[in-house]
Design a protein around this ligand. Structure first.
Ligand SMILES: [Zn+2]
Length: 341
């Protein structure tokens, strides 16, 4: 048992600290929202400042002054979507991917082994295996290929984690995997079963969680949950809207993240106990109520909708901080409510 086993027993919502920071928040402000775990982006941190720099600085937690839990992604989801959409140049092979970062022009290689090495250098608590993530609407043949490659890479990641670093026993860290299979329920179930045989601390729903109509892919998500062990992390990656988190929790998922919570805050779209409030709307200009009367965050305790409306309209960075604090507090309160169910 490591202290991270709590991740298998409770509901968690992780804001995205993509480059080792949640935009507009200090680490203390982040803690005050009730956040206990964050997820960082391996691909971005690989490019800047680079895993060696992070390691020399004592790891991401020391850099951030963060005492909570840190997840890393494998870098795969973002990289493969950038490569498949041809936004970045590179090549995917049986061994992983080579690619060029458009900004710096440097060439990188991401393999199952290097993905684990990078995540170890970043100093995350919970690592994710590299998976072969594809676009939506895959043909059956391509979905099968993606599953087979994902399984092979999962084995290689686990071997690297165990042989090079001594696994969970020596590191105290957890290793989770990603279940692929696109929209084919039998492939989702097969991938989940095969990964369960290999054995991981967590099973993450990979690929796209929302269909073309914006609906949660409930059947695919259920096919995965029905075929993984219960006492594990069950991470619905990229979920999502508050109502989708509630839906996914009922299926059996216990861990969530989405960029929506912070991104929407910055655009003035706020989640409240009375539904969505758009702070930029003209009727907010004279509204002296807090964003949400039910909320006890720094933003709602001290400021009116009218003041926030004024600040946001004028591009004041303080508004971005306060609105992010509110949205994140709303999500953490929602999650704590699920714990009681
Ligand atoms: Zn609030």
């Amino acid at each position: 048992m490591t202290n991270l086993d709590i991740l298998k027993e409770k509901y968690f919502f992780m804001p995205d600290a993509t480059r080792g920071a949640v935009r507009y928040l200090t680490t203390k402000q982040l803690e005050e929202t009730g956040t206990e775990a964050i997820v960082t982006n391996t691909l971005h941190l690989l490019i800047h400042p680079g895993p060696d720099v992070i390691q020399q600085l004592g790891g991401i937690k020391k850099m951030m002054g963060w005492k909570g839990i840190v997840f890393t992604d494998s870098g795969g989801f973002q990289l493969f979507s950038l490569l498949h959409s041809k936004k970045w140049k590179g090549k995917v092979s049986e061994n992983g991917a080579t690619f060029k970062s458009p900004k710096e022009g440097n060439t990188y290689e991401l393999t199952p082994e290097s993905s684990i090495d990078i995540q170890m250098k970043i100093g995350s608590d919970v690592l994710v295996t590299l998976d072969d993530c594809r676009d939506t609407g895959l043909s059956r043949a391509d979905a099968e290929k993606s599953v087979e490659r994902t399984l092979k890479w999962a084995v290689r990641c686990k071997e690297r984690f165990n042989n090079e670093y001594g696994g969970t026993k020596k590191t105290g860290k957890l290793l989770t995997c990603v279940v692929q299979g696109s929209n084919y329920l039998d492939l989702r179930a097969y991938c989940a079963k095969e990964l369960s045989k290999i054995g991981f601390d967590g099973y993450n729903f990979g690929g796209y969680v929302i269909d073309k109509d914006g609906e949660l892919v409930v059947d695919e998500m259920s096919a995965v949950i029905e075929n993984v062990p219960k006492d594990t992390i069950r991470y619905a990656m990229g979920v999502g809207k508050p109502e989708d988190i509630v839906k996914a929790s009922k299926i059996g998922y216990n861990l969530f993240d989405t960029v929506l919570v912070t991104r929407n805050a910055r655009h003035g779209t706020l989640y409240t106990s009375q539904g969505v409030v758009r702070i930029k709307n003209s009727e907010m200009a004279l509204d002296q109520a807090p964003v949400d009367r039910e909320c006890n965050c720094e933003c709602c305790r001290n400021y009116t909708r009218a003041y926030l409306h004024h600040m946001l309209k004028n591009g004041e960075a303080t508004a971005l901080t306060l609105l992010t604090i509110h949205n994140l507090t709303f999500y953490q309160t929602l999650i704590k409510g699920l714990t009681l169910l």
